[in-house]
Each structure stands twice: as C-alpha cells, then as structure tokens.
Design a protein around this ligand. Structure first.
Ligand SMILES: NC(=O)c1ccc[n+]([C@@H]2O[C@H](COP(=O)([O-])OP(=O)(O)OC[C@H]3O[C@@H](n4cnc5c(N)ncnc54)[C@H](OP(=O)(O)O)[C@@H]3O)[C@@H](O)[C@H]2O)c1
Length: 313
C-alpha cells in the first residue's frame, strides 16, 4: 500500500478548504511507528489552524489532526516496547503538524500509549489532547490536592469534561460551569455543583475557590480571578493577558498558562484511568473522515459536549 486517503487543507480558510485527497502513505523514521488510523479526534486547535489562527503551517496542502487511535502497522529503527498489531492512541508531535486526518500516520513512539482495551477507538481518539491539557492544568500548574475546591470553567467541552473527572478522582470538590442542558451530564461525571454561566458573572455565583481551570479566557479570566481565594490559582488555556497582572497581584491570586505539549507521563496516567473506567470520554458524535469540514462546522458552534471524532477505518 503506497497511497492513502487523507483530508487536506488547500489553504487557510473556511471549512470548505478541507477536501479528500490521495497522498503517499508515510514511512516510519527512526523512533516512529506508522499507525493505521481508526479514528481521529477533532480539537479546537484543528479549526483554528485551518482558519490561520492556530499553529504555524509552512506548507500546503496540509493535513490537520493531532489526536488519533489506531493500529501499529510498521515500526522504525530503535522502536522498542511496541510491535505491529498493537492498538495505540496519542497526541502526536504537537505543535508541529501531525496529520491524523488520514488513513495512516507516522507517530513518534514517545507520543503514543497502548489503547486500553476497555474503550473503543472513537473514545481513545477523543482523549489525548483534552486529557493531557487537563492533566497539565490540574497537576503541573495547580498541584491540585484532595479537599481543595476547584472550578472548571467550560466543563462540558473536551478539556473541561476530562478535567472535571480528574479533579473528582483527586478528591477535590468540583464546581463546573456549563449551560443548563449539560447539568445532568456533568453530575453524572462526578461534579458536585453545576453553575449555569448564563445566570450572571461567575464570581457572583461562586467564591473562595482554590483552583480554577479557565477554558474561555478574555473577560471571563478576570471574573474568575474574583472567585479565587488569596493564594489560589487560575490556570488558563487561553494564554497570558498581561493587562490583568496588576489585578492578580492585588488579589494575591496566581496564574498558570497551559501550552500543551507531549507528556508521556500524563498520557500513561490517563490511559490507566480510562482502562479502569474512572475517566470516561464523551463522544459528541462520530462523522466519517470525508466529513471533516462538517465536523469543523459543528465544533465552531462552540457547544460540543465532549469531543467530535472522525471515523477513518
Ligand atoms: N493552551 C492549550 O494548550 C490548549 C489546549 C487545549 C485546548 N485549548 C483551548 O481551550 C479551549 C477549550 O478547549 P476544548 O477542547 O475544551 O473546547 P470545546 O470542546 O470546543 O469547548 C466547547 C464547550 O465550551 C462550552 N462553552 C461555550 N460557551 C461557554 C461559556 N460562555 N462559558 C462556559 N462554557 C462555555 C460549551 O458548553 P455549553 O454547550 O454548555 O455552552 C461546550 O461544551 C479552546 O479555546 C481551545 O483552543 C488550549
């Protein structure tokens, strides 16, 4: 097999720039495995990058997609611990282009873990970037501990619903913001209190929080600072806003900025929780690979519950 189907972006632009094409099957370089992709996760960075607002793309046509689950078909030199036929999942090469919207992908062996047999390829493809991001926010930036009060802002989304479960597992009291329709979904995942973000500024509805995970940024970030006790921390996924530094200092609130990157330790820990059933991945919907543009359109409505995935094979 030398040719494969992939979804390529011809240029930056609207979802319509995505089209199915025939391209060469990748060969594994040293330290890589080639994976037959069963399902690919669709993350916000995918549609941001397609629109020219995400990571750097130096060459077109470009194949998007960083998260996948599939089966190892070939191993490059120096690969140990994996062999042909193993089912693996992972977030590949981020922030370099990884090209998971394709039938085959070359994956650095350090970026994949064995797929837990308890979950299917769709669930596994929906997990890596959301889970690694949530892990880095809660444990690398906030050092979350049992008994702390944590607020997950935007908890029904890909990152948020995993962060809520990881925080619950840690023994924290978990407060989550979402629209009213996601209340039962989040309670079922172990959230203690769901706050409808439509009812007013969050800081008027929640207070004295130790840790916030902010998936929204902008003016929400400042509002969230007001919900934190002195000494607490707001970890945002939306980058630093230097104009808020003085406010943070005045209120003795720390800030953490997640820029997700490969994290084998986090991926392994999450794989164990997925295997145990302690963390579940909500698949909002699965669409065929050829409908990647539709997946982006749905994602851009900003109300996906959990993760959208593409069925590849
Ligand atoms: N810095 C990093 O390394 C990093 C890594 C991953 C993601 N991110 C960024 O983090 C953000 C979240 O990622 P994601 O994958 O979780 O996104 P997502 O799955 O697309 O988020 C969708 C969710 O946002 C919720 N939402 C919409 N408006 C809201 C509001 N005003 N207040 C609270 N929640 C609201 C929706 O819940 P309802 O339907 O209930 O409204 C929906 O479930 C994205 O902007 C992404 O680009 C950054």
């Amino acid at each position: 097999m030398t040719r494969m189907r992939a979804v390529v972006a011809e240029r930056f632009g609207p979802p319509e720039v995505l089209r199915v094409a025939e391209v060469a099957v990748p060969e594994p370089s040293a330290g890589q495995v080639v994976v037959r992709v069963r399902a690919a996760g669709v993350n916000a960075i995918d549609w941001l990058t397609r629109a020219g607002l995400g990571v750097r793309v130096s060459r077109f046509p470009a194949i998007l997609g960083w998260d996948m689950s599939g089966t190892v078909m070939a191993c490059g030199s120096g690969v140990t611990g994996l062999r042909e036929g193993d089912d693996v999942f992972g977030m590949l090469s981020f922030p370099a282009l990884a090209s998971c919207y394709a039938e085959y992908v070359a994956a650095p062996v350090t970026d994949v873990a064995l797929k837990p047999s308890a979950i299917d390829h769709r669930q596994a493809a929906g997990a890596p970037m959301p889970a690694i991001t949530a892990w880095q926010a809660l444990f690398r930036h906030a050092d979350l501990r049992a008994g702390q009060r944590v607020l997950i802002h935007g908890a029904a989304g890909g990152v948020g619903h995993i962060a809520a479960q990881l925080a619950h597992l840690t023994g924290a009291e978990v407060i989550a913001t979402a629209s009213a329709r996601n209340r039962d979904f989040l309670i079922d995942l172990g959230v203690d209190q769901v706050v409808d973000y439509g009812l007013g500024p969050i800081s008027e509805l929640v207070s004295k929080v130790d840790v916030v995970v902010d998936s929204r940024g902008g003016a929400d970030f400042l509002d969230l600072v007001n919900a934190v006790r002195p000494g607490g921390i707001v970890v945002t996924l939306k980058g630093e806003q230097p104009e808020y530094r003085a406010q943070l200092e005045a209120q003795q609130v720390r800030a953490g900025y997640v820029y997700v990157g490969p994290d084998p330790q986090a991926l392994k820990a999450v794989a164990q929780h997925l295997a145990d059933g302690a963390v579940r991945v909500a698949v909002d919907r699965a669409l065929p690979l050829a409908q990647a543009a539709e997946a982006h359109k749905v994602g851009e409505t900003d109300h996906v519950r959990g993760r959208i995935v593409l069925d590849v094979y």
